[in-house]
Design a protein around this ligand. Structure first.
Ligand code: OFO
Length: 165
């Protein structure tokens, strides 16, 4: 059974994962509108992945005697200066998600909610993978930046072929 404090924290995370999904959707649309097909494919799939993160929370809260609530979502950014700044802003976003997850893990230990603590370990591992992925994408973009449009073409191809789990 969830305490009200933990239920509220998990519901707040629903809002953040839904916002993340919309953030990736806005980024995908920005890339799509510029015919960056590989980047758009990668980002659309990532938007779906973030929705999956949100749905996991719905299931867990409702299976644990709580009530998962559909929140209002803030508007994500729709404009980016470049593909590099887009991925830099996504990495910043992921770092914020990691900080939020870590705060929830601390809260679970304070509340002695070991079930939710266990549930959140999946998110801890996922954040580690996502931060690594976005850092590597940023490094690749920077590496190929000096090649101009040709570099952008190769980055886009690479993004299109990347696996998203
Ligand atoms: Fe990008 O991992 Fe959920 O938010």
């Amino acid at each position: 059974m969830l305490s009200k404090t933990i239920e509220q924290a998990l519901n707040q995370q629903i809002e953040y994962e839904g916002y993340a999904s919309n953030y990736y959707l806005a980024a995908a649309s920005w890339a799509d509108a510029r015919n960056l097909e590989g980047a758009a494919r990668f980002l659309y799939r990532h938007a779906e992945e973030e929705r999956g993160h949100m749905m996991r929370l719905f299931t867990y809260i409702n299976d644990s005697g709580g009530h998962a609530l559909v929140p209002a979502f803030r508007q994500p950014p729709n404009e980016f200066e470049s593909l590099l700044s887009l991925f830099e802003s996504l990495l910043q976003h992921e770092l914020e998600v990691t900080a939020r997850i870590n705060r929830m893990v601390t809260l679970c230990l304070q509340e002695q909610d070991y079930s939710t603590h266990h549930f959140l370990q999946w998110y801890v591992a996922e954040q580690h993978e996502e931060e690594k992925l976005f850092r590597s994408i940023i490094d690749k973009i920077k590496l190929l930046e000096c090649e101009g449009p040709r570099g952008l073409y190769w980055v886009d191809r690479e993004l299109g072929s990347m696996k998203v789990d």
